[in-house]
Design a protein around this ligand. Structure first.
Ligand SMILES: Nc1ncnc2c1ncn2[C@@H]1O[C@H](COP(=O)(O)OP(=O)(O)OP(=O)(O)O)[C@@H](O)[C@H]1O
Length: 253
């Protein structure tokens, strides 16, 4: 799914958290959004996923404007996301957590089922099968019947991604999925993300781990103080003087 972010501005009182931000994400690509703390990355994700209405500009998906739609409507258009602070149900097992995501795309959804629309046994089986295969891909199949409560953060992040994928999004927004993960988990995560375009899932991720981003993303957009500083391939970004000065250089110090 092709995403177009056009002249997005978000103002909180006297502060523009995003200003004149425009860039596109090609269908089937992996793109990343980087920038220092407070640069406006999460705000932009919130705009794309419907949690924040922009003060100016628009976001469109395959040419249809989605900015201004509520989060549930945006999700129905095929945008899935994870959050910086993972939102999982501790009282459910891993499998049940992922099944919650799977129900979102099954005929009539969970509400349709409660109203008796459609054969419930079949939809539950579909949700279970789809959740099982997402857990398998995320490397969490063995723990499927464990409670999510005791899960280490690294696996919680993988679980969140599995749940978002179970709703079969066309565009997946990942907010700092690598944060808190150990080297091996980061490797698993990169492996999982790399397979997504072939499954028809376009990826846009926010990341602080610049090395991780450089090896994963085809396109990188850099935000600083709410504005788009640069957008390009990892090689272009690495050699961009304004990025080096504003971001990479600053991090070195
Ligand atoms: N709801 C809000 N009300 C007021 N100010 C906000 C709100 N949300 C974000 N901000 C401010 O907007 C700016 C951008 O925040 P945002 O969280 O989008 O940055 P970020 O790049 O995601 O940062 P980080 O890397 O620390 O997560 C910050 O100065 C933040 O304090």
């Amino acid at each position: 799914m092709k995403l177009a972010i056009e002249d997005i501005g978000v103002r909180f009182g006297g502060l523009w958290a995003n200003r004149n931000v425009s860039f596109g994400v090609q269908e089937g690509s992996i793109s990343a959004l980087i920038g220092p703390n407070g640069a406006g990355k999460t705000t932009l994700f919130n705009v794309v996923s419907g949690f924040q209405a922009p003060t100016q500009g628009k976001v469109s998906l395959d040419g249809e404007v989605i900015s201004g739609l509520r989060p549930e409507k945006v999700a129905l258009r095929g945008i899935g996301r994870t959050f910086q602070l993972p939102e999982i149900c501790h009282d459910l097992t891993l499998l049940e957590n992922v099944m919650v995501g799977a129900y979102r795309h099954i005929r009539g959804g969970i509400f349709g089922q409660m109203l008796g629309l459609g054969p419930a046994a079949k939809t539950e089986r579909e949700a279970r099968e789809s959740a099982e295969s997402e857990l398998e891909r995320a490397g969490l199949a063995k723990q499927r019947n464990q409670s999510a409560r005791a899960l280490p953060l690294g696996q919680v992040r993988l679980l969140e991604i599995a749940r978002a994928l179970a709703s079969q999004p066309s565009l997946l927004l990942l907010d700092e999925s690598a944060s808190g993960l150990n080297a091996r988990e980061v490797e698993n995560l990169a492996h999982l993300i790399r397979q997504l375009p072939a499954r028809g899932v376009t990826v846009l991720l926010i990341e602080h781990n610049v090395r991780f981003v450089m090896q994963l993303a085809e396109q990188i957009a850099v935000l600083d103080h709410g504005q788009l500083l640069s957008v390009g391939t990892p090689a272009e970004i690495r050699n961009d003087e304004s990025v080096i000065t504003a971001y990479l250089g600053r991090r070195h110090h």
